[in-house]
Design a protein around this ligand. Structure first.
Ligand code: SF4
Length: 255
């Protein structure tokens, strides 16, 4: 029941000011004009098409201030992981020339309509790890539940979207960093609740990279032709649809 007598606390007022600043800043940020390689492993191609074409999200589905803060904390933790790995003896490049003003490593394909930015490239690792280099480094932060799943099942099973990203990046980075697809990538997962870290080596999965690349082509072609790709499900109750920010829009359509 709504409490019309509720008077916002000091904390609520400060948080409202912070969230308003973050959501305003996010709203004026130029949208991506390309298909992000980090997203191509998403289960539903129609959702990816909505994202690529900037279809407005359903009411109440825009990123909240809290979600934007979660993303920002994740990025800061990734910067910390870079520093920790370097201290441990990893020769890890996150920018060209490892200079703050050096551009991020990444790729651009399909005339710039598919792009990706890599978290880092490992040029050498501490002795005794038997790392093959150059190796792609991908880092994600997650809650304890997802982190434990990654540790138990490995990233490929626990987080197929990340596995797809890794495979695609290894394939597309090969042109600028020869040998990167021959070396297993190093995946780092940080537990946001406990600061525990998980690392695993992910061998290149060429078939997965090809499937993701084909998927990108399908999305671009359908968009150019003004066609909508099929839904992933036949019922709105499907797991992905329940969490999809375009569910209203999607299921309102005849097809
Ligand atoms: S509602 Fe379901 S089918 Fe439609 S775009 Fe979202 S995930 Fe895909």
């Amino acid at each position: 029941m709504l409490d019309f007598n509720h008077r916002p606390s000091f904390a609520e007022k400060v948080n409202a000011a912070v969230d308003a600043a973050l959501t305003t800043e996010n709203a004026i940020r130029a949208p991506r004009e390309y298909l992000g390689g980090s997203r191509l492993g998403h289960a539903c191609e129609r959702a990816l098409q909505f994202e690529f074409t900037h279809a407005p999200k359903d009411e109440g589905q825009e990123f909240s201030g809290q979600l934007l803060r979660i993303f920002a904390i994740g990025h800061s933790l990734e910067d910390l992981a870079v520093a920790w790995l370097r201290r441990a003896g990893f020769d890890l490049y996150t920018r060209k020339g490892n200079r703050p003003d050096g551009g991020q490593f990444g790729f651009s394909a399909a005339g710039g309509r598919v792009r990706g930015h890599v978290d880092g490239i490992i040029a050498a690792g501490p002795e005794g790890l038997g790392l093959a280099v150059p190796a792609l480094w991908e880092c994600k932060t997650m809650n304890a539940k997802n982190w434990r799943l990654c540790v138990k099942d490995g990233v490929t099973l626990a987080k197929p979207v990340y596995a797809a990203q890794i495979a695609l990046y290894q394939a597309y980075m090969e042109a600028s960093v020869p040998g990167i697809s021959a070396a297993p990538a190093m995946f780092t997962a940080i537990n946001k609740d406990t600061a525990e870290m998980h690392h695993e080596l992910v061998p290149f999965d060429a078939a997965l990279a090809q499937r993701m690349s084909d998927r990108a082509v399908r999305i671009l072609r359908a968009t150019d032709a003004g066609e909508l790709l099929p839904r992933i499900a036949t019922s709105r109750d499907f797991f992905e649809c329940r969490f999809c920010p375009w569910a209203e829009r999607c299921w309102r359509l005849a097809v």
